[in-house]
Design a protein. Structure first.
Length: 372
C-alpha cells in the first residue's frame, strides 16, 4: 500500500513557499497514525538561524476557536445561554436596545453588527478594510502599549454599527470576542485567559499553548516580519509586541503539533459535546477583514475543494505572523502551517493586493497537505 503521506512531496512544497519569498515556515501534517513535520527557511534573516517544526508561534485568530470552546463549555454547564441577549450578562458594556438584540451566538458568529475596534486603537489603520488607505505607523507607536480591554470594547460599541444584530452577511469583528472574554469572566469568576487555559488548553493536554504574559514569547520561536503591502520594505520584525490589543480574540501562542491535537480532539467531540460541535458547524455568510465573503460558524469555518472532503478549522494573523489549521471532518487528515511574514502582496493603482508567487506556493502546499 502506498504511503498516505508523501514526505518528499511535502518537503518540496514547503521549500517552494520559501523560494517564492517567505523567510521561513513550518508545518505538521497527519494522516491517521502517520505524522510528517517539516520546516524551510530562516527564523532570523540577519543571522540565518533556521526555523524548526517545534517552534512556538503567535497563532492570531485561531485563538477564537479556543475562546468559543470555553464559552460553549459554559453553555453546557448552564451558565450561558447561546441565544440569550448579551445585555443580561454585560448591561454596562452593551446597553440599551442593542444589548437586548445582540445574543451570545451573534458575538461568536460575527453577526452582532458591532464595529471593529482596531482602526480606532491604531489610527493608521483607519482605512480598514481598504488597505490602500492604511499605513503601518501605529504598529511602531503601540508595540509596548498595554491596552485596557474595556477601552477597546468601548471603541467598537460606540463606533457606527456595521449592520443590524443578526443581519447577514455578518462582518468579522474582534470586538465580539473581547466581549466574549468579558462574558467568560462574568460567569466563571476568573479571567478569560485562566478560564480558557483550564477548560480548553489543559483539558486538551496542550503543553506548548498559552497566553503571553507580556510582549515577549517564551521558548524557541521565529522573528515575525511584517511587510504591510510593501509599505514596510524590507519587512520589519514585530515578534516582540504587546498582545493586549487582541487578548482572547487573537493572542495565543502555540505550536503546529498542539494545534493539530486541539482541532483533532475538537472534531472528535472531546473538547465540547457533539451538540455543541454541531452548533459550531452551523455556518452563515461573513465578510472577512480583507473584504472577502466566507462561511463562518461558531469560531470555526469550513474549507473544501471542488467536492472533495470538507476540512474544518481556522486561520489567524498577527503583525508579521500567520497560521492555518485544518482537520478533515472524519478527523483522519490534519494540517497546521505557520509562516513568519505577513501582507506580502503589494497593491495595484486601485489599491487592490496584487497576486504574489507566495500565494500560489501556499495553495500548492495546502493541496499536497490536505489531499496528498
Amino acid at each position: 500500500m502506498k504511503n498516505a503521506l508523501d514526505g518528499a512531496a511535502l518537503d518540496a512544497a514547503l521549500d517552494h513557499v520559501r523560494r517564492a519569498g517567505m523567510p521561513g515556515l513550518f508545518a505538521e501534517v497527519i494522516d491517521g497514525d502517520q505524522v510528517w513535520r517539516g520546516a524551510a527557511g530562516v527564523a532570523d534573516v540577519s543571522t540565518g538561524r533556521p526555523v524548526t517544526a517545534d517552534m512556538r508561534h503567535r497563532v492570531g485568530s485561531i485563538t477564537k476557536t479556543f475562546t468559543t470552546a470555553a464559552v460553549l463549555r459554559q453553555v453546557e454547564n448552564g451558565r450561558i445561554g447561546l441565544d440569550t441577549p448579551i445585555r443580561r450578562y454585560l448591561p454596562k458594556l452593551v446597553p440599551g436596545e442593542r444589548g437586548d438584540a445582540i445574543t451570545v451566538r451573534m458575538l461568536i458568529n460575527h453577526t452582532s453588527g458591532l464595529a471593529e475596534y482596531l482602526p480606532y486603537a491604531y489610527p493608521s489603520l483607519k482605512g480598514m478594510p481598504f488597505v490602500a488607505e492604511t499605513g503601518p505607523e501605529s504598529l511602531d507607536d503601540h508595540r509596548f502599549t498595554r491596552f485596557d480591554p474595556l477601552d477597546l470594547i468601548g471603541m467598537g460599541v460606540t463606533a457606527p454599527p456595521v449592520g443590524a444584530p443578526g443581519g447577514t452577511p455578518g462582518l468579522y469583528s474582534n470586538t465580539n470576542y473581547l466581549l466574549l472574554a468579558q462574558l467568560l469572566e462574568e460567569v466563571s469568576g476568573t479571567t478569560a485567559e485562566l478560564c480558557i487555559t483550564r477548560d480548553v488548553i489543559e483539558h486538551a493536554g496542550l503543553r506548548d499553548t498559552g497566553f503571553p504574559a507580556g510582549p515577549y514569547m517564551d521558548g524557541p520561536h521565529s522573528k515575525l516580519y511584517e511587510a504591510w503591502f510593501g509599505m514596510i520594505d524590507p519587512p520589519r520584525d514585530y515578534s516582540v509586541f504587546d498582545m493586549s490589543y487582541a487578548g482572547p480574540s487573537a493572542s495565543l501562542t502555540s505550536t503546529v503539533a498542539d494545534l493539530n491535537r486541539f482541532f483533532g480532539m475538537l472534531l472528535a467531540g472531546e473538547i465540547v459535546s457533539a451538540s455543541s460541535l454541531a452548533q459550531m458547524q452551523r455556518t452563515g455568510p461573513v465578510v472577512s477583514q480583507e473584504g472577502q465573503l466566507m462561511d463562518y460558524g461558531l469560531g470555526l469555518y469550513p474549507m473544501e475543494s471542488s467536492g472533495q472532503a470538507i476540512f474544518w478549522g481556522h486561520g489567524g494573523t498577527v503583525w508579521g505572523g500567520g497560521t492555518l489549521a485544518m482537520t478533515r471532518a472524519d478527523g483522519r487528515r490534519q494540517m497546521a502551517v505557520a509562516v513568519n511574514m505577513q501582507r506580502w502582496n503589494r497593491l495595484d493603482r486601485a489599491g487592490h493586493p496584487q497576486p504574489h508567487p507566495i500565494d500560489e506556493a501556499l495553495a500548492a502546499l495546502y493541496r499536497v497537505a490536505m489531499y496528498g
